[in-house]
Design a protein around this ligand. Structure first.
Ligand code: ZN
Length: 201
C-alpha cells in the first residue's frame, strides 16, 4: 500500500477515481490533482453532473438501455428504421455501435450473456419480453450483435430458437478480417471464420 500523502478526503477521492476503468492509482492521483486545481471549472460541475445522473438515470423499460428518460432517447427517435432490431450484450456495445454509426435501428440490451458455468440463465437476462417485442412491432430483421465468444454464441443460438416461430429474418455480425488487418497476424480461428464468411467481390 502506498503511503498517504494527503488528508482522508483527498485520499478517498483518489481511491474512488482509481476504481474507474482505465485509471490505475497513478492516473487517479493525477486526475484528483487536476480536479482539485480546477475546482470551479471542473470539480464543481462534475459533482453536479454526477448528482443529477445519480437521481435521473433509469433503465429503459422497452430496450434495457440506460438513459435519463424512459423510454430512452433511442427508443423515442422516430428517424430510426423501425424494421431493424439490434440485440447487444451491454450498453457499452450499444454505444460502440452508435459511435461507429453502424446502423439506424432500435436496440435490445440483454444485460450479459447466457453462461451455464456461471449459473446465468435466460431469466437473469433481458430476454423475457424479446419475442413479444419482436412480434408486436414492425420488426423485419433481428441482428444479433453479440460477442464472438463461446457465451455470446450460446446466447445467439438461444435467441434464434426463441424467435424461430416469428416471421423475421435473424442475422449476425460477420466474423473475419478486421479493417486494416493483415492475414499473417490473425489467429487461426479468425482466419477460418473469415474464409467461411467470404462474400462476392
Ligand atoms: Zn430504449
Amino acid at each position: 500500500m502506498a503511503e498517504r500523502i494527503a488528508g482522508p478526503e483527498i485520499e478517498r477521492l483518489i481511491q474512488l477515481l482509481a476504481r474507474l476503468p482505465g485509471l490505475g492509482p497513478r492516473s487517479a492521483r493525477r486526475a484528483a490533482l487536476h480536479l482539485l486545481r480546477k475546482r470551479e471549472e471542473l470539480l464543481g460541475p462534475l459533482a453536479d453532473a454526477m448528482q443529477v445522473a445519480r437521481e435521473k438515470i433509469v433503465v429503459c423499460s422497452a430496450c434495457g438501455n440506460i438513459d435519463s428518460c424512459d423510454p430512452c432517447t433511442l427508443c423515442r427517435d422516430e428517424r430510426r428504421n423501425p424494421k431493424l432490431l439490434v440485440v447487444v450484450e451491454t450498453v457499452a456495445d450499444l454505444w460502440a455501435l452508435e459511435r461507429a454509426k453502424a446502423v439506424s435501428a432500435r436496440y435490445h440490451v440483454l444485460g450479459g450473456t447466457l453462461s451455464p458455468l456461471d449459473g446465468i440463465g435466460p431469466k437473469d437476462l433481458n430476454l423475457v419480453n424479446l419475442p413479444e417485442r419482436v412480434a408486436s412491432g414492425q420488426i423485419e430483421e433481428v441482428i444479433l450483435a453479440v460477442n464472438a465468444t463461446v457465451d455470446g454464441q450460446t446466447t445467439a443460438h438461444y435467441i434464434t430458437e426463441l424467435l424461430n416461430h416469428l416471421p423475421v429474418r435473424i442475422t449476425r455480425l460477420a466474423h473475419g478480417v478486421p479493417v486494416g488487418g493483415e492475414l499473417d497476424y490473425l489467429d487461426e480461428g479468425t482466419l477460418a471464420a473469415a474464409m467461411r464468411s467470404r462474400t462476392d467481390f
